[in-house]
Design a protein around this ligand. Structure first.
Ligand SMILES: NC(=O)c1ccc[n+]([C@@H]2O[C@H](COP(=O)([O-])OP(=O)(O)OC[C@H]3O[C@@H](n4cnc5c(N)ncnc54)[C@H](OP(=O)(O)O)[C@@H]3O)[C@@H](O)[C@H]2O)c1
Length: 284
């Protein structure tokens, strides 16, 4: 192993933004470890990424990130095989049109869009610190909803898939700002990116995408930007030399975005952290 070898771990790396980010990081010389939940989709994407980047240093680990047991096993797998991690991209995301629950009994959107990144990152912090300088990039979105702490798992209110998606993606911002405070003074940084709106398979494998949404997705595809273009935003946060030491920020296309007002509430941020720690069995 070369002394300068750099490692990147990307979740949701077999499709869309994660796959395009994997190509970009592999092209920049990173050893890329992809996380996917399907061996077939993961291996097919791994071959594509090798071909597109010209790198053979692209590896696949399997984990269904809705499952906390699988996330813990993933971290064991990763740390058994690799002792360093320089870039962690928390890209995994999904949308659900009906209420589903994870293997841990948690509402699926909360489990996949927020708790997966929360648990994975916290478990990998020792490896990131040991590899510092290291960067964490959380993939967010433009959020227009606020968290409903009275019904975080949508047990009592009607399930509106897009609203739940937006709320749980707000978690990426709260998590970024809270983690940055905790990491202050270290050489591990964390930032959140809004990747724009782009062509992808979002929601297609959640098993409950209605026909009208499939049609709408198909019709809108020609008007959307490519995942490769969107990945430039992630790659910028992950690698740009001028962002060394920058932490706790929300970025769009290479420019810092104002934090949405919902994320300025420090009490809500702390409350979400405490709930997330309790739901994942971590110490707050
Ligand atoms: N597309 C947009 O316009 C847009 C806009 C703003 C933000 N985003 C965000 O961008 C990120 C990437 O999404 P995308 O648009 O590129 O969608 P995508 O093409 O569907 O990619 C999502 C990836 O996450 C994986 N995934 C979903 N659930 C998983 C689970 N339980 N365990 C492990 N992997 C799982 C998917 O694997 P499978 O192939 O197995 O499903 C896929 O590899 C998400 O965080 C999304 O919220 C997207």
């Amino acid at each position: 192993m070369a002394i300068t070898e750099k490692f990147a771990l990307i979740t949701g790396a077999n499709s869309g933004l994660g796959k395009a980010t994997a190509v970009g990081l592999a092209r920049q010389g990173y050893t890329v470890v992809m996380v996917a939940r399907s061996q077939a989709r993961g291996e097919a994407a791994r071959r594509d990424i090798c071909a597109a980047s010209g790198s053979q240093r692209v590896h696949l680990l399997l984990a269904d990130l809705a499952s906390q047991q699988a996330i813990r096993a993933l971290v064991q797998d990763y740390t058994r095989q690799y002792d360093r991690l320089h870039v962690l991209v928390n890209n995994v995301g999904n949308s659900f049109m009906t209420r589903q629950t994870s293997p841990d009994g948690i509402e699926m959107s909360l489990a996949v869009n927020h708790l997966a990144a929360f648990l994975l990152t916290n478990l990998l912090l020792p490896t990131l610190h040991a590899s510092a300088p290291a960067r964490i990039v959380n993939v967010g979105t433009r959020v227009n909803a606020a968290l409903d702490f009275d019904d975080l798992q949508v047990e009592r209110t009607p399930y509106r898939g897009l609203q739940v998606y937006s709320r749980t993606k707000l978690g990426a911002l709260h998590f970024t700002f809270a983690l940055a405070q905790r990491l202050a003074g270290s050489s591990v940084t964390v930032n959140c990116v809004h990747p724009g709106v782009f062509r992808s398979n979002l929601g297609r494998n959640s098993g409950d995408s209605p026909l009208w949404m499939e049609l709408l997705t198909r019709l809108s595809r020609p008007f959307l930007t490519s995942p490769e273009r969107a990945a430039e935003r992630v790659l910028y946060l992950a690698t740009a030399p001028e962002l060394a030491g920058i932490s706790g920020k929300y970025y769009g296309d290479r420019v810092e975005l104002p934090s949405p007002p919902q994320t300025l509430d420090a009490a809500a941020r702390q409350r979400l952290w405490d709930i997330s720690a309790a739901l994942t069995g971590l110490e707050a």
